[in-house]
Design a protein around this ligand. Structure first.
Ligand code: NAD
Ligand code: DAU
Length: 366
């Protein structure tokens, strides 16, 4: 039986990972360390067999005590400030959490594992954004592509990757790192392109497309990402990095057009949606695409990301299972079926909503 500490496990990918790992490894113990920033959400862990400890990864004494007292042998490190736009307007939190926070965890892992000879694994979840931006004909990022981060977010993630690498080479910490592309799926916080645009479409609000809308991202369903991380943790070699992608390179405009058409189809097939979302253009038979609005570009906007995940395929047997078409359709259904989840976030009445809906049934220790 393994004992995992999942940092950032109340966020989007972290909570999907907790659900995935608990399903695949029901005997394992799962402890989540999460500060519950604006992006963290107790509801994401509802019903899962995991203990939520509310706290900061920069709190060395807390992290040390948790790893020691829970007999943790595996840290899966998701906790981060994750939104590029926020890093442009307020970079400090990114330096604090992504760099200092990661270093705090590395120090704890070294003291409790390397210095005592205990078997362990420190898995660091990173991003393809550390590699910078690609031209239209450039080959996709591999694990040996030189780092060239362009935003405060990606620079902070690059710094954390380097620290993880250094702790392996200098101290012998058993590390792995995964660099993945744009995730999407359930529990995605509605500041990122896909959930923001779904919810705006339902309310008849503008869909703000940055620049010409032709920036390209490789879309990875969060379940495929979680399977990839599990494969790295269980079969990846110490000190190595692995790219994880979805094999679905798409310009933003294609994503937005797919989204608009899917919303139109959903309304056409279900008259109840017009009653629930009367401000949606689709409620009155108009195409959702009327909401498309071109706005000023993101400063320093990376033009294209593309992931070559041949190493993970060859070494770990990783293969994404979701096409963007099927993964997006399931995601839209999830947002339509889980209005309470995102409504609580939008209303800013999240804590009151949790108290009313879940009372004391949460798993928090604080
Ligand atoms: P998210 O913003 O949804 O969740 C981040 C979580 O970390 C939240 O629960 C938040 O409360 C927690 N957190 C933030 N600061 C903390 C701190 N100081 N101490 C403890 N907890 C803290 O992010 P996400 O999209 O789930 O991303 C998870 C990880 O995956 C991040 O490291 C991110 O860089 C990486 N990543 C994300 C994507 C993506 O498409 N979302 C792609 C590549 C890599
Ligand atoms: O590539 C991996 C990265 O993907 C992760 O490391 C980040 O944590 C994650 O947030 C994501 O970063 P992006 O900046 O690519 O994601 P975002 O959803 O913010 O934007 C996706 C694309 O859509 C990007 O080209 C910017 C554009 N966009 C985004 C928003 C929020 C818009 O055109 N309008 C918008 O309102």
């Amino acid at each position: 039986m393994a004992s995992l500490l999942v940092t950032g496990g109340a966020g989007f990918i972290g909570s999907n990972f907790v659900a995935h790992w608990a399903r695949e490894n029901p005997g394992d113990r799962l402890t989540v360390l999460d500060l519950l920033t604006y992006a963290g959400n107790r509801a994401n862990l509802e019903g899962l067999n995991a203990e939520l400890v509310v706290g900061d990864i920069r709190d060395e004494a807390l992290a040390f005590g948790l790893v020691e007292s829970r007999g943790i042998d595996t840290i899966v490190h998701f906790a981060a400030e994750s939104h590029v736009d926020r890093s442009i307007t307020g970079p400090d939190a990114f330096i604090e959490t992504n760099i200092i926070g990661t270093h705090t965890l590395l120090k704890v892992a070294k003291r409790l594992w390397v210095d005592t000879g205990k078997p362990h694994r420190f898995h660091h979840v990173s991003t393809d954004e550390v590699y910078g931006t690609l031209g239209p004909d450039d080959p996709a990022f591999t694990e040996t592509t030189a780092y060239a981060p362009n935003s405060p977010y990606s620079a902070s993630k690059a710094a954390s990757d380097h620290l993880v690498r250094a702790y392996h080479h200098t101290y012998g910490l058993n590390t792995t790192t995964s660099n993945c592309s744009n995730n999407y799926g359930p529990f995605h916080f509605p500041e990122k392109l896909i959930p923001l645009f779904i919810i705006n479409a339902l309310h008849g609000r503008a869909l703000p497309i940055y620049g010409d809308g032709l920036a390209v991202r490789d879309w990875l369903h969060v379940e495929d990402h979680c399977r990839g991380i599990s494969a790295v943790i269980t079969r990846g070699r110490a000190g190595e990095t692995y790219n994880i992608g979805g094999g679905e390179e798409l310009p933003n405009l294609t994503v937005v057009d797919t989204l608009c058409a899917a919303v139109d189809r959903a309304f056409a097939g279900n008259p109840d949606l017009a009653r629930r979302f009367p401000d949606a253009p689709a409620a009155s038979g108009q195409p959702t695409s009327v909401l498309k609005t071109f706005v000023a570009d993101r400063p320093g906007h990376d033009r294209r990301y593309a992931i070559d995940c041949a190493k993970a395929v060859a070494e770990l047997g990783y293969q994404p299972r979701h096409s963007f078409e099927s993964g997006f359709a399931a995601t839209l259904r999830w947002y339509l079926d889980n209005e309470g989840w995102w409504r609580a976030i939008l209303d800013g009445s999240y804590r009151a909503w949790m108290d009313a809906n879940y009372g004391n049934r949460g798993t928090s220790t604080q």
